[in-house]
Design a protein around this ligand. Sequence first.
Ligand code: GLN
Length: 278
Amino acid sequence: MSWVKIQLRQQGVSDDGVSDSANADSKALLGACLQQDLVYLMMWPEKCLQPTERERLMAWVTRRLKGEPIAYIIGYRDFWSLRLKVSPATLIPRADTETLVELALALDLRPDAHVADLGTGTGAIALALGTERPSWSVLGCDLSFEAVALATENAQTNHITNVEFIQSNWFAELGNQLFDMIVSNPPYVESTSQYLTQGDVRFEPSSALTSGEDGLDDIRLIIKQAKTHLRASGWLVFEHGFEQGQAIRVLFAQAGFQHIATHTDLNGQDRVTCGQFG
Ligand code: GLN
């Protein structure tokens, strides 16, 4: 059966309400199955799958029909210029988070800046910063041992040598290191949010998603502790929920940060807030 027919068959899925992105899903699964990109799929629409390819694809489609995220099925997600291995131990990197990377790169840091990424997961932010700024040294940390192992592997497969990863509960294992910038995409979803009951997030670790009733528990803690880990004029940069910008600006101000600003993501929603210390 040609992939176009498989795609059409899966498109029926959207009519059943199982997936609202059946078309994109089937292309992503097929491309990964054949280890080819979209251009190849478009150039060879009538190409037939080998029996083993077909078997693998159908097993993947079955998993997708049960709701499992594409990235966990194929094992990777592209973020920034990098291909990152993912696992159910970590959040799947999101395009929204590229907003944080862009903003962090736009800040005026010294050439040999020391940067921390708290709650690094796959290592997405740390590795994007490391690859763009080879003269920086970046430290990514995560509470999860599996995440640290995964992020370390992602550094190796992407040949990035100025980023290291350690297991740490926020600042707990960072000793008295001082940073020019601390970035974080911490858990920030409200613990009782209905959002958690739908779609891909059902399969992601809740420890990477939720943070107390208002979603701000970890952000409050990091702002408080960051002050003893930032150099003078160092920056703290958070990704956060689209309705949390105002509350986070207040937290920054109460902690004595300056030049506090919230930036929007590609959908025009508040997504990243930064502040400068001292
Ligand atoms: N932005 C993520 C989402 O919408 C949440 C990520 C997080 O809590 N850090 O699922």
